[in-house]
Write a protein that binds this ligand. Structure first.
Ligand SMILES: [Zn+2]
Length: 375
């Protein structure tokens, strides 16, 4: 494993983002006792930063300074009326920016800083200060649509990062690989009519009921064939993800030959996650990272940007995030992941017949889409 320079950007203000008084995802009231803990709270991401520091890995990453996304940068993909609404909501004390994406008084500041972290990561990679970069974005972004927040996401961090690379650095083709356990509907919405971004989402089927993310959603107009959804059944482990990467995700990246790859990196397909029903651990997160890194080396001069999306288990997310950053940087720490240590004893890590049959079907479908719609 060769080492490579990896940039890292985080900002304390992102940890101060406060979705307000929720009982996990529900508003207290009626039969729901107040709990005052939204499930999207700072713990998983803050504890990842702490583990990076205590393990010593953080010192070996290239520090990238956080910044705010400007109004113009946000309005490249979001409607000005929506951006103004987020500002006004925060000023008024808070509220829902759309469908399940609540903010309080500091929501505007935190959300544009979060988007700014993703943009700063792109700056670092495109300017050659780092080969790859990781943005510890919070609030997350991949559910946010041009005209509304959704699913804890206020601004579309990964999509804004792609747009920034194209608008500011002349990149012609970007691939976004979204392995958060939930469908990246916001990213798809931003680019579904364009072919300069290949939006790939691998997720738990019907894992987020407000949106679909089925395989028949393939984009439209000029973007027909350039949205690629891989909906997997609950219970998938390393074997199913590896099969889907080998037979769908990596071939799509190789056929598209992006000049930059962006990973919408959620950890909620992790085995302990309360909002996902998958079985992944450090073995899978390391493997998926290696595959996108190899694809980036083949096509994009190694240019790779990660934006941190979901992942709600405060104890396991730090280990999985460390695995990603170890793999990216080619450096191992002394940290032993207690969840990965149990990998071989977890039934369902191996590829199951019904999963293989589904990947067969999806791979054939995407091959057909490519034949029909790609040059
Ligand atoms: Zn998620």
């Amino acid at each position: 494993m060769t080492t490579s320079s990896v940039g890292f950007v985080a900002d304390e203000l992102c940890f101060w983002h406060d979705p307000g008084n929720y009982a996990l995802v529900l508003q207290p009231g009626g039969w729901v006792e107040p709990y005052n803990r939204h499930i999207e709270n700072p713990d998983p991401k803050r504890r990842l930063l702490n583990l990076l520091a205590t393990s010593g890995l953080l010192r070996q990453l290239t520090a990238i300074e956080a910044r705010d996304a400007t109004l113009a940068e946000l309005e490249r993909l979001h409607l000005p009326a929506y951006v103004a609404r987020v500002q006004a909501l925060a000023r008024a004390g808070g509220g829902d920016t759309g469908v399940g994406a609540p903010i309080t008084r500091n929501g505007w500041d935190a959300a544009r800083r979060s988007a700014g972290c993703a943009l700063a990561a792109v700056d670092a990679v495109m300017q050659g200060r780092a080969q790859a970069a990781y943005a510890l974005t919070r609030p997350p972004g991949h559910h946010a649509e041009p005209d509304q927040g959704m699913g804890f996401c206020v601004f579309a961090n990964a999509a804004l990062a792609a747009e920034h690379a194209m608008a500011s650095f002349g990149v012609k083709r970007v691939a976004i690989v979204d392995w958060d356990v939930h469908f990246g509907n916001g990213t798809q919405k931003c680019f579904e009519q364009r072919r300069d971004v290949l939006a790939i989402s691998i997720h738990q089927q019907a894992g987020y009921l407000q949106v679909r993310g089925e395989a028949d959603e393939i984009g439209s107009g000029a973007g027909l064939g350039y949205s690629l959804n891989v909906p997997l059944p609950p219970g998938c482990g390393f074997g199913a993800y590896r099969d889907a990467f080998e037979r769908i995700v990596v071939p799509a990246l190789d056929a598209y030959a992006p000049e930059l790859i962006i990973v919408a990196c959620g950890y909620d397909a992790g085995r302990m996650d309360p909002l996902g029903r998958m079985l992944l651990d450090g073995v899978a997160f390391r493997d998926m990272t290696e595959r996108v890194q190899d694809a980036a080396r083949r096509h994009a001069n190694g240019r790779l940007v990660f934006t941190h999306e979901g992942g709600y288990c405060p104890v396991s997310v730090p280990f999985f995030g460390l695995a990603v950053l170890e793999r990216l940087s080619g450096r191992r720490t002394d940290v032993a992941c207690p969840f990965t240590a149990q990998h071989d004893r977890i039934p369902g890590q191996a590829l199951q017949d019904h999963q293989r049959a589904l990947v067969d079907d999806l791979a054939a479908r995407f091959e057909d889409v490519r034949q029909r719609h790609w040059p």
